[in-house]
Design a protein around this ligand. Structure first.
Ligand SMILES: O=c1[nH]cc([C@@H]2O[C@H](COP(=O)(O)O)[C@@H](O)[C@H]2O)c(=O)[nH]1
Ligand SMILES: [Mg+2]
Length: 235
């Protein structure tokens, strides 16, 4: 039997964990990438890594505006949004979990570490994505869907969503007590501005320079050692 060697606490101790959704817990980014690339291709354009780096982690309407502007698509952001949502919704209800996600969420829940989700998704899209993962998502204290939540005034990279999410834990922890897990540069910026440490698990396409702000960068959630942040180690 292989016994994992516990790592040392090397970062500030935290008591609460906030998970991003798309690209971190759920493998939705491969779906969005294909949908955005298909629309771009129909107009003779390419959904480049650079444009994608700006889009991921933003709310649906902001992402649509960035995509249309960056790729100079001959359509309004509203039409792009309608088209991409219609295409994405067809696949999102069968989306799978990212490696290591389920084990980590169940671990924190068992150890009674308060956990929540902070996603730029709207409530409607969130409901579609978690359709097949209801038991896992029932373990979270709460979910903030930034795209439609009236208290979240400005989406990632603004810190609002993480501050609202922290306030909604029963004991309203201070930002420094919360650890954020994110995949997107916009999400990492938001967490840092909120005064939180952030573990980044970036997509392979994300440029190195867009990962610099993260407290720690991992290739997969499977590499995460909670004890580095004073949290109970995985067994
Ligand atoms: O290529 C992409 N297009 C659009 C998005 C948008 O970014 C959000 C990211 O949400 P999260 O904060 O859970 O990563 C998605 O819901 C979607 O609206 C994305 O991630 N990737
Ligand atoms: Mg994400």
């Amino acid at each position: 039997m292989r016994v994992a060697c516990p790592a040392k606490q090397i970062f500030q101790k935290v008591t609460h964990v906030i998970f991003d959704l798309d690209g971190l817990l759920l493998d939705t980014e491969s779906i969005y990438k294909k949908v955005f690339s298909d629309i771009a291709q129909r107009h003779g354009k390419v959904y480049t890594a650079e444009t994608r780096g700006k889009v991921i982690g933003t709310t649906e309407d902001v992402g649509a505006r960035i995509a249309v502007e960056e790729m100079q698509l001959p359509m309004s952001p509203e039409d792009f949004l309608k088209e991409y949502k219609a295409a994405a919704d067809k696949s999102l209800h069968t989306v799978g979990l990212m490696p290591g996600a389920e084990r980590l969420v169940r671990h924190f829940h068992t150890k009674q570490i308060p956990i929540a989700v902070a996603t730029s998704s709207g409530q409607d899209t969130y409901d579609i994505k978690v359709e097949h993962h209801k038991s896992l998502f029932s373990l979270f204290s709460h979910v903030v869907t930034g795209g439609t939540d009236p208290e979240v005034k400005s989406g990632k990279p603004s810190p609002d969503i993480f501050l609202v999410c922290a306030r909604r834990f029963k004991d309203s922890p201070k930002p420094e007590q919360c650890l954020v897990l994110e995949d997107a540069p916009n999400g990492v910026q938001a967490a840092v501005k909120a005064g939180m440490q952030v573990v980044m698990v970036p997509d392979k396409q994300i440029e190195e320079k867009a990962t610099k702000l993260a407290t720690l960068k991992l290739n997969s959630l499977e590499e995460f050692r909670p004890e580095m942040f004073g949290l109970p180690p995985l067994e």
